[in-house]
Design a protein around this ligand. Structure first.
Ligand SMILES: *Cc1c(COP(=O)(O)O)cnc(C)c1O
Length: 386
């Protein structure tokens, strides 16, 4: 009976072109092989090419001893899952961001789902950008806080909300991303931090999921690049994207760290990441400052692709390595993605509900291990298809 109900829902998804399928794939550097075809992988968040770098993996493996090879931590960190490497990685992160402390979570999803309900209650207003990630929305919902959204990147709208509401709440938390995952555009972090200085009860929460590793000195993100990391109370990111590992983190004050250890449910009630994974993360964090040439190459091929798409007449909101081709119609988007796959370019179409109705798109995410030639052939294939 329940299956019948669910199947009807699935049929509706299929009919509207929004059905999701898991496609088995094998990975070879920046290429992916699926359905017997090898393609340039334009759907990966391995922005620096670290996850697919075999040399790095060899070097890491060579540094290990059998006792390091622990693939499970066997409890949450508040029980006995706290290994020495946890403190090492968190102190390293705090130092990189110039913060008192840092705390690592099992994923970026846990991070957003857990921090907001821990720090926000009924006397809190959360003001978030209209386009924040699903994990942030879920965290806000769980928090029970009052919630208001401002139009995407619209500082005037944000300012109006703060002016109208600031006296009515004990605290207001502004929540934004630094680089947005669907348009590839960037938040005006300087203005946002300016609001914090104007009102005494405002704090700032920034999710650097797509910027950590890619922007800023030593890859510390957009806030650091803009010189406003010190003004951000909750400077968050994930290891799952540019860093080529897994986990989420917040760089924060010592008080925030202690508070989260005591109050954040996904932190308290979930088994810690395996020590081996912490070691891989620590290994890569040490390498991050040496990755400038990868960051520069990524910036160069990204500018190339953005210009080509824009020259072809599509709106180009992006300033980053995430490059959308805003087609609009879902069926047409799915068709173009299939045509590109046939030519050796793996980019999945992005459709509602991931993006607003009527804004279906191809979304290319570029990685530093792609050559200029590979991006030129993508541009050529796009021109033939558009
Ligand atoms: C990917 C992403 C997350 C989730 O991070 P994971 O480590 O993959 O769970 C959170 N926030 C944003 C903005 C993201 O893009």
């Amino acid at each position: 009976m329940s299956d019948k109900y669910l199947q009807e829902e699935l049929d509706r998804l299929e009919a509207s072109g929004n059905y999701r399928r898991l496609v088995p794939a094998e990975h070879f550097g920046c290429e992916v092989e699926t359905g017997g075809r090898r393609m340039l992988n334009l759907s990966s968040n391995d922005y620096l090419g670290l996850a697919s770098d075999l040399e790095l993996r060899r070097e890491f493996l060579d540094s290990l001893h059998p006792e390091d090879f622990r693939m499970g931590s066997s409890s949450s960190r508040s029980l006995s899952g706290e290994f020495p490497v946890c403190g090492l990685v968190e102190r390293k992160l705090a130092q990189m961001f110039g913060k008192e402390a840092a705390l690592v979570f099992n994923s970026g999803y846990h991070m957003n789902l857990g921090i907001l309900p821990a720090i926000a209650g009924k006397d809190t207003l959360i003001v978030a950008d209209k386009l924040v990630h699903a994990s942030i929305i879920d965290g806000i919902r769980l928090s029970g806080a009052s919630f208001s959204r401002f139009r995407h990147n619209n500082m005037e709208h944000l300012g109006n909300i703060l002016e109208r509401e600031h006296a009515g709440y004990r605290q207001i938390i502004i929540v934004v991303e630094s680089v947005y995952s669907m348009d590839g555009d960037m938040a005006d972090l300087k203005s946002i931090c300016g609001f914090k200085r104007r009102y005494g009860n405002v704090s700032v929460y920034v999710d650097e999921a797509h910027a950590f590793g890619v922007y800023g000195p030593s890859g510390t993100g957009l806030a650091a690049a803009l010189g406003c990391a010190a003004d951000i109370d909750y400077l968050c990111g994930t290891f799952g994207k540019a860093l080529g590992s897994v986990g989420g983190f917040v760089a924060c004050s010592g008080v925030v760290r202690e508070f989260l250890i005591n109050r954040m449910r996904p932190f308290i009630y979930s088994t810690a990441l395996p020590p081996l994974n912490w070691m891989w993360t620590g290994f890569l964090l040490e390498k991050l400052p040496d990755m400038d040439s990868r960051r520069e190459h990524l910036a160069c091929i990204s500018a190339m692709l953005r210009k080509a798409v824009s020259d072809a007449g599509y709106p180009m909101p992006s300033d980053s390595h995430i490059v959308p081709v805003l087609i609009g119609d879902t069926v047409e988007t799915v068709r173009k993605a299939a045509a590109l796959r046939a030519k050796g370019f793996f980019a999945l179409p992005v459709r509602p509900p991931t993006v607003p109705e009527g804004s279906s798109r191809l979304r290319f995410s570029l990685t530093a291990d792609m050559t200029e030639d590979a991006v030129s052939s993508l541009i050529k294939a796009l021109e033939d298809e558009m």
